[in-house]
Ligand binder design. Structure first.
Ligand SMILES: [Fe+2]
Ligand SMILES: [Fe+2]
Length: 316
């Protein structure tokens, strides 16, 4: 009997509901105590700092490639700016999709449960975040990048999916991957102060979202048998295959005179791609493995395609 099955047999539905309410009540208290108002907590009127980067260098998609070697220091900074704008544009889209899932959680009720009320609180957080992302994009002077057609398709699929481990896993996929990158960037003194502050705010508030989605995914897995868990695992892995490449649009390469196709091919071939993807995904994938969300041949095959699986998990 697997660890997940043993836990499931011990835990009744009533206990799970109690546990869910406890988690939500704790997160509601934390939300009331610690939150930011990006309108005042970022010094929007202060100018950019000349010569500072927009992202840590090694996280820029062309880092380590021949094309990177040919870029001037100014072009590298410029590409970093466009990649940041691409990430923030993706972030706004992703937060809208995630908020759609949370609205459904509220709709399913019970309306006054801590679980529903926390979902509403999280929607409010995401609304502030997306406003903050948009404001930072505007300040860079680079137009926001529009999401490609495949994103529309993905939105439809998510709307049709039942709320469960796959939807919470999809939430984590975006929140944890961005969180990991942001924690590094906010600690980097070489990065623009506005960007670091934005990331600090986002990391603090997203920590609650990650706790909520992680706990809910674990509970969702515990109450399903092996047969019912399998489609959730595979759907999440498939989602990762499609979503990862959406974060940085190949259109960013035009900013430094490189065609999108050439830049994309170089970034994909670069050994740095795996290093970055693994760095961003590591804590999340370890959690997935711990709760039984990284399991089964199809799931593992799909995750392998993302090139984000840490070596010790890939060897399992
Ligand atoms: Fe957010
Ligand atoms: Fe979030």
């Amino acid at each position: 009997m697997s660890g997940v099955e043993q836990r499931r047999s011990r835990t009744t539905e009533a206990q799970r509901n109690e546990d869910r309410e406890r988690t939500a009540a704790r997160l509601l208290r934390s939300s009331a105590e610690k939150f930011y108002d990006p309108d005042v907590d970022i010094a929007w009127d202060a100018p950019w700092v000349e010569g500072k980067a927009w992202l840590p260098e090694e996280r820029i998609s062309l880092y380590g490639t021949k094309l990177w070697d040919q870029l001037t220091p100014e072009q590298r900074i410029e590409l970093g700016k466009h990649e940041l704008v691409s990430l923030l544009s993706f972030g706004i889209w992703a937060e809208a999709v995630l908020s759609g899932i949370l609205l459904r959680v509220v709709g399913h009720g019970p309306a006054t449960s801590a679980h529903s009320l926390y979902a509403l609180t999280e929607i409010a957080d995401e609304a502030r975040h997306s406003t903050m992302f948009a404001r930072l994009i505007e300040k860079t002077g680079v137009p926001a990048y529009r999401q490609p057609a495949v994103s529309r398709l993905l939105e439809r699929v998510v709307q049709l999916m039942p709320i469960g481990p796959a939807t919470y896993g999809g939430t984590l996929l975006i929140e944890e991957v961005l969180d990991r990158g942001q924690r590094q960037a906010m600690a980097d003194p070489g990065v623009q102060p506005h960007v670091r502050q934005l990331m600090r705010i986002h990391v603090l508030e997203e920590a609650r979202h990650i706790s909520y989605a992680r706990a809910e995914m674990r509970r969702g897995l515990e109450k399903r048998n092996a047969l019912r868990r399998a489609p959730h695992r595979a759907a999440l892995a498939g989602f990762a295959v499609v979503v990862y490449p959406l974060m940085i649009t190949p259109r960013v390469y035009r900013s430094v005179g490189i065609s999108p196709a050439r830049g994309f091919a170089a970034a994909m071939r670069s050994p740095q791609y795996r290093i970055n993807m693994t760095f961003m995904s590591e804590p999340m994938l370890r959690y997935f493995a711990e709760v039984g969300m990284y399991d089964g041949a199809v799931t593992k095959f799909l995750w392998k395609l993302t090139r984000s699986v840490p070596a010790e998990l890939a060897a399992k």
